[in-house]
Design a protein around this ligand. Sequence first.
Ligand code: HEC
Ligand code: HEC
Length: 334
Amino acid sequence: MKNLSRIILSSYLILTADILSAADTIVSNSPTKTEPFIFTRFDNEQMKPLPDKLVFDSKKVALGQRLFNEKKLSHDNTISCASCHDFNRGGTDRLATSVGINGAKGEFNSPTVFNSGFNFVQFWDGRAASLEEQAAGPVHNPVEMGSNWDEVVTKLRNTEYVDLFSKLYEDDITPENIVDAIAIFERTLITPSRFDQYLRGEETLSEQEKGGFQRFKEYGCSSCHQGINIGGNMFQKLGGVKNYFANQKSSIADLGRFNVTGREEDRHVFKVPGLRNVAVTPPYFHNGSIKTLEEAVKIMGEAQLGRELSVQDIKLITSFLQSLTGQWQGQTLQ
Ligand code: HEC
Ligand code: HEC
């Protein structure tokens, strides 16, 4: 079965429904290997269903999950990754901008960790190339966990983690092994939804949701929000058509990718966010300034497409976006 899956996946075949089940499992520890994928309903569109399951080393996943919830990763032992990426809040903190140790307020809205393994780069401005690289960020960030690897490794050394790590890694507790386990756990955080079933040919969407999807494609939302994560595969300017920042004071965070490259053309450019589970991850945008999904959709129409969406359009597109709320471990995200 495993070999069959590999053969099918590596040859990029467009599969018919009856052999889909064989390809539902992808065996990989590498994010790049999750790329080849299956199209049925929308061969010509750049929407791809999630695999139902990804198989990883379960012991590393368990260790990664534990580390994700480990407050010792923060300087004062008060905050874990899960504090800001709460699985009961769609993998976010539902705050406009996150709050770190000692109540320190950050400048960015916390994106969901669900399906983050499918993003081509991490962070709103794309400054981390991988989940491994990303995980070092919050540990060192003074307005997040405010710690450093020496401190973290020292704290973990006095605990049962020594045993857990040495069973899995030759050099036991090192920063590289900590981020390896966390990243492997994060890659298991995938949330198949009714939309994925629809892409595979099942009639799982209502007329209203289908109408929203139709508009999402026709109006051009899907020229940016596309691929397996319905986003997360390119950089684009916020306000590409209409200057979004014209009538407001912009902050350093608003400069987006410019902060990474220093190039004028990267001003206000952000990674296009994936829209999976977007209905359960308010507030919206890089600075969490937009409270509702309807408002985010309306602004997108104006700022990105130069289109004033009708109330009906906004309603339909929003209901389509709600169909992207998926399941993790058998539970629909709330
Ligand atoms: C204090 C809150 C906070 C903590 C603690 C925290 N994060 Fe985050 N996380 C954020 C914010 C805010 C961002 C967005 C920052 C940015 O883009 O500059 C983010 C971004 C991310 C991203 C990128 C997602 C994307 O779509 O770009 C991942 C993955 C992630 N965090 C995982 C983790 C892991 C793993 C840990 C623990 C080691 C962690 N976070 C700890 C708030 C937090
Ligand atoms: C030209 C590219 C582009 C187009 C077209 C586009 N978007 Fe976006 N979208 C973005 C970018 C970039 C962001 C991030 C903006 C920010 O965070 O500051 C974004 C953010 C969003 C968000 C907020 C997500 C979050 O987690 O905060 C939603 C919802 C959204 N878009 C929906 C849509 C819809 C619906 C359409 C069509 C009406 C659309 N977008 C068209 C690039 C685009």
